[in-house]
Each structure stands twice: as C-alpha cells, then as structure tokens.
Design a protein around this ligand. Structure first.
Ligand code: UD1
Ligand code: CA
Length: 449
C-alpha cells in the first residue's frame, strides 16, 4: 500500500526563545525537521508534504535540502492541527493509499514504530500512536479499549476522570488518504481552545462505523521539542540510542559517551571508533575501518581497512577507498582517495583525485580556490608528493611522478617526472656566526642603557 507523508511544521516555537523556526534547530547535527523526514522515509513514501508557516521560506529551503522532491504548503494562520493537515489535501488529492501525519518537532519516532502502525492499518481504518506518560501533563488522552481507540480528549477539554488516564496521544496518525482528508473536512472548532483538532478524527471515524486503533511506543520516541531544555534532552536521548545501536551492531566505541552520531550515520561491524569523534550527516564507515580520537566527519565515506585520525576532519565529498591512511591534522573535502593512499600529517586536500598508493607528504596543500572559483587537482597512482608542496589547481601530477619538498606546482607534471620548483640553496660560510655576534652586541649595548 503506498503511503504519503504529511509533516506539520508551521508552529512558531515561542518557547525556544529564538529567531530560528523551531523545526530548524539542530539535533545530532541536522534540523529537527530532517529527523522527522528521515523517520518517515523508512516507509518509502510516494509523496512528502511539509506544512510550513512561521519562517516558511527557511523551512521550505530545509525541506528541499533533505528531499528535493518534497512539496511544501503554507498554513498562513495556525488554526490547529486538523487545519494544518487540511492544507496538504490539494497536494494529495490524487494520492492513492495511506497518509501518515508526523510533527516536525518530534524527532525521535523510530521507523520500526511507524511500520507497526502501518501493520495495524490492516485492522483499523485509522491508527494513532500512543504512549504511557510518566507525567501526562497537558497531552491529549487516549480513551482506549485494548488496541481499539474510542476517542482522544484534549487536556483542556478533559474531565478529571479523563485527565487521570496516563495513555497519551503522540500526535502521529495513520489513515487512508481519502478518509483522512474527508474527516479533516468535518472537524469543527467548538472546543476549549477554539482550534481545529486533528484529535477529533478517531471519534468521527467511529461515527461512520469505522474502527480506530492505537499502537503504543516507548515514551522517549514521542519527546516533542518546545524548549531548549527539551532540545538538549532530545539530543541526549538520540545519542544514547545511537551509541547503544552501534555497540549492538558490533562497533567498538572506546568511550561511547564522547561519540556523537548524525541522523543517518552508518558504521559497519568491527569498525573501531575512538573517543571524541563527531559524525555530521551523511557518513558511512565500512567494516573494519578505524576512526581514532578527536575526528570530525561529515558527508564522507570511509572504506574497509582505512584509518583516520587522530584529529582529522573529513568534509562533504571525501571518499576514502580501502586501506587509505589519513593521519593527524589533515582536512579532506570533495576528494577521492584511491586504495592505499597515505596522507599522514598537516595537509589540506580539497577538490582532488588521488590515484592508488600515492603518498602525500606533510604540509601539502591543494590550492583549490583562486578567490572566485574552485579548481581540481589530479594526482596519478604511485606518485610521491614531497612535504610542503603547494599544488596550485587546476593542475595534474602523473603516475609515478615526484614533487620535490617545498615546491609550488603550477604546471602539470608528466608521469614519472620529478618536478622541482623552489629557489636554489646557497650556503654562506661563517655568516651565521657573524650575524649572531652582531645581534648579541646590540642587545648588550641596549641593556647598559
Ligand atoms: C498535540 C495534540 C495532543 C498531543 C500532543 C503531543 C492536537 C489537537 N493535540 O497537542 O493530543 O498529546 O500534540 O505533542 O493535535 N501545528 C501546525 N499548525 C497548527 C497547529 C499545530 O503546523 O495550526 C504543528 C505544530 O507546529 C507542532 C504540531 O503541529 O509541530 C503540534 O501542535 P501543538 O500546538 O504543539 O499541539 P499540542 O497542543 O502539543
Ligand atoms: Ca506540542
């Protein structure tokens, strides 16, 4: 059954005390919105619609950055969650199958939970995600009988008896698309808040003789971010979960509490991750690779047998083939390093292709930016780049070529050639001793006054 995703992200998030729209605050290095989109992505959605409002342009840009096929629609006035879902109706009028509604500020829902809801759709026309709250506070309460849902009562409208219920509404709701939008059209706003409540849907469905159901998940999945404290709580919960998953998957973390994962980090079995490693979005580490301490990785791929760090930075587009070695104080961006390449120390490699088993000496810099445009450096296989070589791109160095230490390479180097581009050394006998004697005399004269 095809599924479309509707993500509600119009709210202002006043309690964040921020100029940034709430859903654009980061957790695990990515906007909260991306986490909701990532969870929904596991259902293989046919269409994704994000409902924007406050900070709409920025939210739209962030939506498209994650999924260029996603659609956005503006909810100009925030009249309630059902009103928000109704805005998506025109964009999904011809969508077949189901719709699932997620909140952009609820980043911890697990794909497994969404799949359990999808499975429960076989038994119910509409399925709501609930949780047992330790402190039910102002959450909507679920009136349920087994896995069958009678109705949802918002806190403001609940009786004391209903407020005593600890089974709460997460906000995630799953239903046939046509049914969802037809029911949303029936929702009124005659309630304590004067809002159009999405939570009216189960009861409206039952009035049509359809069944509503509830799937229950652990409370930590439903954590919604309304304040900076909750954002920090969500970050902690995310990292705790990601660390446990990595360990269970056979990854060694020498100091798990100091490793920070991104929303989509993939680390293979028997990889070793040292202390204080930070993963941004889009990182894959294959089995058996090793990331030593204090590395910062983002948008990169590290193959089997490669070693990285300590203190290395891999930026988007860094592709390390098998057995590549990247050492300390090395930065790599948008560069492909073929098998067995070694970049040991203090080097910047940006916009480059480096052939297999080439050695890059300490202090090498690809001068990739002329102040206006970026240019590429191409180095063949089995080449040797001497320490402190400046490679002024665009430039290429052929297979098996060598650049002498301290060279500024501005012209292509043919295969197997030696390129040397530095001033010739001149030795002046005895001159150092003379110079020092003069300087000491000056210092002594000054000290006398
Ligand atoms: C909602 C649920 C409540 C549930 C709780 C879980 C309703 C009526 N209530 O309450 O049962 O326990 O979430 O956190 O649905 N939004 C829009 N446009 C709007 C209104 C809201 O996009 O017009 C978005 C918000 O930005 C937010 C989400 O929908 O991401 C939830 O809205 P919010 O106002 O926070 O709902 P709650 O009162 O928390
Ligand atoms: Ca809320």
């Amino acid at each position: 059954m095809p599924v479309s995703l509707v993500i509600l992200a119009a709210g202002q998030g006043t309690r964040m005390n921020s100029d940034l729209p709430k859903v654009l605050h980061h957790m695990a290095g990515s906007p909260l919105l991306h986490h909701a989109m990532q969870a929904g992505r596991s259902l293989g959605p046919e269409r994704v619609v994000v409902v924007t409002g406050h900070g709409g342009d920025a939210v739209t840009r962030a939506t498209l950055a994650f999924d260029e096929d996603a659609l956005t629609v503006v909810q100009a006035e925030q009249l309630g969650t059902a009103h928000a879902v109704a805005q998506a109706a025109p964009l999904l009028a011809d969508a077949s199958g189901d719709v699932i509604v997620l909140y952009g500020d609820t980043p911890l829902v697990r794909p497994e939970t969404l799949q359990a809801m999808q499975a429960a759709r076989a038994r119910h026309a509409i399925v709501v995600l609930g949780f047992h709250a330790a402190d039910p506070g102002r959450y909507g309460r679920l009136l349920a009988d087994g896995d069958s849902l009678l109705k949802i009562v918002e806190y403001k409208d609940a009786s004391d008896e209903e407020r005593a219920i600890s089974l709460c509404n997460s906000g995630v709701i799953f239903a046939d698309a046509k049914l969802m939008f037809s029911l949303v059209g029936e929702v009124g706003n005659a309630n304590a808040a004067g809002e159009y409540y999405l939570t009216d849907l189960p009861e409206l469905a039952r009035k049509r003789g359809l069944s509503a159901g509830v799937v229950i998940c652990p409370e930590d999945e439903t954590l919604g971010v309304n304040t900076r404290i909750q954002l920090a709580d969500a970050e902690r919960a995310f990292q705790t979960r990601a660390r446990a998953e990595a360990l269970e998957n056979g990854v060694t973390l020498t100091a798990p509490e100091t490793v920070f994962f991104g929303l989509d980090t993939v680390v293979g079995r028997d990889a070793i991750i040292g202390p204080n490693v930070i993963f941004g979005p889009g990182v894959t580490v294959e089995s058996g690779a090793e990331i030593k301490g204090f590395c910062h990785l983002e948008g990169c791929h590290i193959s089997r047998g490669a070693t990285v760090g300590p203190f290395a930075r891999l930026r988007p587009g860094a592709e390390l083939a098998e057995d590549v070695h990247v050492g300390n104080f090395v930065e790599i961006k948008n560069a492909i390093l073929d098998e067995g390449v070694k970049v040991g120390h203090l080097t910047y490699i940006g916009d480059a292709d480096i052939g297999e088993h080439t050695n890059i000496g300490a202090g090498t810099v690809t001068c990739n930016y002329d102040g206006v445009m970026k240019h590429r450096t191409r180095i063949g296989k089995n080449a040797f780049i001497g320490s402190d070589t400046m490679l002024v791109a665009p430039v290429s160095v052929g297979d098996g070529a060598l650049t002498a230490s301290g060279s500024v390479i501005t012209e292509d180097v043919p295969a197997e050639a030696l390129a040397i581009s530095r001033a010739k050394q001149v030795n002046k006998p005895g001159l150092a001793a003379k110079l020092f004697a003069r300087l000491r005399a000056i210092k002594a004269a000054k000290a006398k006054g």
